[in-house]
Every structure is written in structure tokens, then in C-alpha cells.
Design a protein around this ligand. Structure first.
Ligand SMILES: [Zn+2]
Ligand SMILES: [Zn+2]
Length: 256
């Protein structure tokens, strides 16, 4: 059986304890799972004499055949309830609410589940209990997108900020962090904050936070602004746009 749990990205990074509540087939308390009313107990089945099996002999033209089958009276249990427990009607099991605290490990990803063996419903005829699966959903973060062990953040920059450089505050899992934007930053450039990504689920390493630069071109310029940009354009030359690595190579690198 399974229980769904939703956690935040920050909780997925740090690991978190969550109380889960679920209904599972559990041993009936008044009869302690026997199915027999208080003061009585299960009695040995008089059909199979407690073995749970019956032998039937059939005679055919080819001879005599012996067949072993499950006792119908006790359904193979070897014992029967003469006076059924009122709580469970003699089944020995009831649906009961359970609560438990689950440790969700750091680094867990959306859609993964945790198996808790023996925490599921009670098995038939006193058989072993089934497993409980905690299905973990990691809610989308408003700023950070997960990519494996890395986190990705898109930083918007104006063309002015990208050209002359600035410092920006970038959201990380440990709060905001100041990041320097160097002059001449191009669209699609990536700044990596080492070790600021997600922890590995079964390791000690941690991914990076990749900050991808989105350069926003201003819209709705008035006449004066357009004139200033034309004036600016007249002062620039090929040299201002020169790069060792062409801008299109960088864009291609960012998308590859
Ligand atoms: Zn029987
Ligand atoms: Zn009972």
C-alpha cells in the first residue's frame, strides 16, 4: 500500500521528517487478532483435526486417487472460531488508522518512493504484514528548477547591467547570495555556484547551482530613449562586440 507525501524543494535538499497517517488492516485489539470473543478461544477444527488439510479419495476406472486439499470448514487454518468477536466479526482483523513519522532522506527526487517493510496491512491468516510505500512528490519551487543534482536559476539582466556589470542577489536553498555579474556578460552565459545544488541521495557530494543569464531587451522606448541609443550606437564599433568566442557559439553552448 502507498501513502503520498508532498515536500518542498528545500525539504528535499535537507531531508525532513513527516508524520503520515493511513488506514491499514490491523490485528483486532479486543480479540488480539484471534477472531474469538473475549473469554473464548479458537478451537481445533474437527474436520481436519487441526491440520488445515483434508484428503479425499476418488475411485476411477484407472484406480484409486488420493487428493489433498484445503479444509473448507477452517479455510486451512486448522482452527475455528465458535463464538466470534463482536468487534471484527471473527475475522481477527479490522481497518485501523495508523500514524507514524517517516524520515525522508536528503536528495530525494520528485516521484521517488520510500519502502517501509512490514508497515503495510496485516497479511491474511496471520501472514507477514505487507510493505508501505511513501510516494514523495517534490513541489515546484518558484525560483529554482532541479536538473539531476544541479539546480538552475534564470537571472534576468538588463542590457545595461549585462554590458557594464553589476551585483545581483540570487536565491539559493540557504537563502539569498550575492553574485557578481562581470561586464560584457552575454545571453546564456552560466555562472556556477559550486556545491549549492542538491545533495546526492546516497552520497556525500552536492550538485551546483547554475545561474543562466537571461538578457532582457527593453521595450516601448520613447523618442528620447531611442535617440540616446542611436547616439550610443554611433560611439560603438566592431571592437565592442568582438569576442574570442563568437556570441552564437556561446548561445549554442548554453543550449547544448
Ligand atoms: Zn479444518
Ligand atoms: Zn476481534
Amino acid at each position: 500500500m502507498a501513502v503520498a507525501v508532498e515536500i518542498s524543494l528545500a525539504e528535499a535538499a535537507s531531508g525532513v521528517k513527516r508524520e503520515v497517517e493511513y488506514e491499514a488492516v490491523s490485528a483486532c485489539e479486543p480479540c488480539e487478532g484471534t477472531g474469538a470473543a473475549a473469554g473464548t478461544s479458537r478451537e481445533t477444527c474437527d474436520v481436519c483435526k487441526g491440520s488445515g488439510q483434508v484428503r479425499t479419495v476418488s475411485r476411477t476406472a484407472f484406480g484409486q486417487f488420493m487428493r489433498t486439499g484445503i479444509c473448507r470448514r477452517c479455510k486451512g487454518e486448522g482452527s475455528v472460531v465458535e463464538t466470534p468477536c463482536e468487534e471484527c466479526g471473527g475475522r481477527g482483523a479490522v481497518m485501523a488508522n495508523r500514524k507514524m513519522e517517516v524520515d525522508i532522506p536528503a536528495g530525494i527526487d520528485d516521484g521517488q518512493s520510500i519502502r517501509l517493510s512490514g508497515r503495510g496491512g496485516r497479511g491474511d491468516r496471520g501472514g507477514p504484514a505487507g510493505d508501505l510505500y511513501i510516494q514523495v512528490a517534490v513541489a515546484e519551487d518558484e525560483n529554482l528548477v532541479r536538473d539531476g543534482d544541479d539546480l538552475v536559476y534564470h537571472q534576468k539582466l538588463t542590457i545595461v547591467e549585462a554590458a557594464i556589470g553589476t551585483t545581483v542577489m540570487v536565491p539559493t536553498l540557504d537563502g539569498e547570495q550575492e553574485v557578481e555579474i562581470k561586464p560584457g556578460t552575454q545571453f546564456g552565459e552560466v555562472v556556477r555556484l559550486k556545491g549549492k545544488g542538491m545533495p546526492q541521495l546516497r552520497g556525500r557530494g552536492r550538485g551546483d547551482l547554475r545561474i543562466i543569464m537571461d538578457i532582457v531587451v527593453p521595450r516601448h522606448l520613447n523618442g528620447e530613449q531611442k535617440e540616446m541609443l542611436r547616439e550610443f550606437a554611433r560611439t560603438t564599433s566592431e571592437k565592442n562586440y568582438h569576442s574570442d568566442e563568437g556570441i552564437f557559439d556561446k548561445i549554442r553552448a548554453a543550449f547544448s
